[in-house]
Design a protein around this ligand. Structure first.
Ligand SMILES: [Zn+2]
Length: 313
């Protein structure tokens, strides 16, 4: 009887504890999807850098971030820069948003987690909503911020919402040219750009060709998740695959010799197309991809001195 009772008690306790423990390691699916719906809404007019729609996206991000316990650098949460807009053929102002979560063990060294919030705006009267590209990564970054503000990492996490990626990685280049801390304190970049739309359940981790020490950790992370984490798209002379090394903001970090891992999906029919809408993302895949990215940040932080050693010290 006693053994049976204890067994039942243990079982009951496990049932009570398991969901909350699991929830700690996961993003909140409903909130994640709400962010994408808001950021990809028609009213934001495709979030073209330097427009009112981009400013509306920033207002949304800042209102979400204000709920969290984040640290800010001396310059505040906004980093302004000018860039030549491709289509408009004029100089415009872009604005990156940044904050950080102080690391518990090595606070003066940073993992920079990035996602660009800008997209292509309105062209020929059609709104390019950019739900996958890149309301998805931006939303995941909000939830990464929320999670780790409650569960700080060993190293500091710099949360960086980048502008003007579609104009040639302009926000990322402005950031690495003038970071709020010394550049050698930036140890790793984790970039998310297009992580919400895939029917094959496949997410890519790009960059391990250049930084092979990252691969074993990412492979372990991949094994813990239901979606398939694939590697590739980072070799210059691959006969069948493009090279995405410079395809998004991580390229600006790579140019400075800062290791990166980029999470993204294969190109799809909605890529740089007006059909990249909230209705066309694959929500279940997206939630799992965001969970995986969060887990990767957690795991890379735990092994940062091995996977991204500081070569300058
Ligand atoms: Zn993008």
């Amino acid at each position: 009887m006693r053994t049976g009772f204890r067994f039942l008690l243990t079982l009951a306790l496990l049932c009570l504890l398991a969901p909350s423990l699991a929830a700690q390691e996961r993003v909140d699916a409903e909130r994640l999807l709400t962010h994408v719906e808001m950021l990809a809404h028609d009213s934001l007019q495709g979030r073209d850098a330097g427009t009112k729609g981009a400013a509306m996206a920033r207002d949304y991000l800042l209102s979400q971030l204000s709920e969290l316990n984040l640290q800010t650098f001396d310059g505040g949460m906004e980093q302004r820069f000018t860039f030549p807009h491709r289509r408009a053929e004029e100089q415009r102002e872009g604005v990156n948003l940044l904050a950080y979560i102080e690391g518990r063990v090595v606070p003066d060294t940073f993992i920079v987690v990035t996602a660009h919030y800008d997209h292509l705006g309105v062209q020929d009267g059609e709104i390019y909503n950019g739900a996958d590209d890149n309301a998805s990564g931006t939303s995941a970054l909000l939830e990464v911020a929320r999670h780790f503000s409650d569960h700080p990492t060993d190293y500091s996490l710099l949360l960086l919402f980048l502008d003007a990626e579609e104009q040639g990685l302009r926000g990322a280049r402005a950031f690495v040219a003038d970071p709020p801390v010394a550049q050698d304190q930036l140890r790793l970049n984790v970039n998310m750009d297009m992580i919400s739309r895939n029917t094959e359940n496949e997410l890519y981790a790009v960059g391990t060709h250049h930084y092979p020490k990252l691969k074993p950790v990412l492979q372990e992370v991949g094994e813990r998740h239901d979606i398939d984490l694939l590697f590739g798209y980072d070799q210059p002379d691959h006969p069948e695959q493009d090279d995405w090394t410079m395809a998004s903001d991580h390229g600006a970090f790579h140019e400075q010799g800062i290791p990166f891992v980029y999470f993204g999906v294969e190109d799809h029919p909605g890529y740089h197309d007006p059909t990249d809408t909230f209705e066309n993302i694959t929500p279940e895949f997206f939630v799992q991809a965001a969970d995986l990215a969060l887990d990767a940040i957690y795991s890379l932080d735990k092994q940062l001195s091995t996977v991204a050693p500081n070569l300058t010290k």
